[in-house]
Design a protein around this ligand. Structure first.
Ligand code: FPP
Length: 228
């Protein structure tokens, strides 16, 4: 969800206004995902590197997440959305941790779209967390080094049980992954769009999906036409 700051700056507004409009785009994207039959939607809401931003901006982003959960959780629940949060919890304020846990707990049995919120998330940190979980099991004799397969790694990531992303969309014209789902994106398709996140509407979402449908996913094999 990149480009909130630039969206605001282009209008002579403070960056925080861009984040507020970014939350409106989040609502639109969650609704569109449900309508379009997308079962898993992951939003990169706050990275482990975003703590380096000015304190006022960090406070604003924390406040927007709290507001989103307090104000919209009931509606998400009514619509059958299951909320799952990935990222580190230990260095978050206890009220945010509590809200994230409440959102996950309340919606845990919902069966429509799963909304994965990557909050205080960094892929390298996630890989280190998974490695520590596995190392602890080995130290306790609950697993052996031979057990460590890609599937075993999968089941120790924050995303355990969530399928790898088919498509990763990055807005604002930046063309890099910025520490997002490094392990899970091995065979993802990427769509980089010039539009800034607050302008990401249903049309932009559908454009990205149309681009995705034209891709030939080979997973290291041959394309269907050549193989047949
Ligand atoms: C990137 O734009 C956006 C973020 C770092 C924060 C996104 C967070 C929200 C929209 C609010 C909370 C999330 C939820 C799920 C309710 P940028 O600031 O890096 O933009 P720039 O590159 O133009 O400066």
């Amino acid at each position: 969800m990149d480009g909130n700051g630039r969206w605001a700056q282009a209008r002579g507004l403070p960056r925080t206004m861009g984040h507020r409009r970014g939350v409106d785009a989040v609502h639109g994207a969650v609704r569109a995902a449900g309508d379009l039959g997308i079962r898993y939607l992951t939003l990169f809401a706050f990275s482990s590197e975003n703590w380096r931003r000015p304190a006022q901006e960090v406070t604003e982003l924390m406040g927007l997440l709290k507001l989103f959960i307090r104000r919209d959780l009931a509606e998400l629940h009514r619509e059958g959305v299951r909320v799952k949060v990935i990222g580190a919890r230990d260095n978050l304020a206890s009220d945010i941790r509590g809200l994230l846990e409440e959102a996950e707990h309340l919606t845990r049995d919902n069966k429509e779209t799963t909304l994965v919120i990557a909050f205080n998330y960094g892929a390298r940190e996630e890989l280190a967390r998974a490695t520590r979980r596995i190392a602890d099991k080995i130290a306790l004799g609950e697993a052996s080094p031979e057990d460590v397969t890609p599937e075993f790694m999968d089941s120790h990531m924050d995303t355990a049980g969530i399928p790898d992303p088919d498509l990763i969309i990055r807005t604002s014209g930046e063309m890099r992954l910025s520490n997002f789902l490094l392990w899970q994106s091995a065979y993802s398709e990427f769509v980089f769009m010039p539009c800034l996140w607050p302008d990401f509407d249903r049309k932009a979402f559908e454009d990205a999906l149309n681009e995705y449908s034209s891709r030939d996913r080979r997973y290291g094999g041959l394309s269907r036409e050549i193989a047949s």
